[in-house]
Design a protein around this ligand. Sequence first.
Ligand SMILES: [Zn+2]
Length: 196
Amino acid sequence: MKRSAAPYVAGAIGVGVLALAVLSGGSRPAVAVRSAVAGALGRFFTLAELTASAAAVRLGVDNTPPLEAQENLRRLVFYVLDPLQASLGRKVRVTSGFRTPAVNEAVGGSATSQHMSGEAADIMVSGLSAVELATAVIRLRLPFDRLIWYDLERGGHVHVSLTVRRANRGETLHAPAAGGYQPWAPGDMGGGNRSA
Ligand SMILES: [Zn+2]
């Protein structure tokens, strides 16, 4: 147990608690383990991962989600991100999760962005293109409200959201380099802009 727990803790909680473990001389591992659990969001993710924001750092603003948004993040991880990572066997990297309104505005998010309620995450997986990742989400029959894959010119990520405020739409879109959004279905590599 100890051998496998150490890398999990290091990966999950990052520098802050590691420093704590070092400061305590490594004699009280229980402290670090408890902190890891507190910051955990499901099986593979942490609250820190789902709230990290370069824009928030740049602006010097706090990007801590309110409790309701934290619950939404937890739900998104439980139903979508955890099963996705478990199935792919590769790290699902969150490039943008929760955003306060200020952070959302700073990154050019839409005024109604589900990132502001903790209902959405932008994700990437090493070795998979955005369209491949979006296709995997669909093939795995994971629930979602909106699934959008972005061309490289617009970030090359996949936006996925899940809501409990109404029925999930299961909407699938492609965000082409030229701008805007267009309907998309798996197998359709570029909404008609590319050869099949
Ligand atoms: Zn997004």
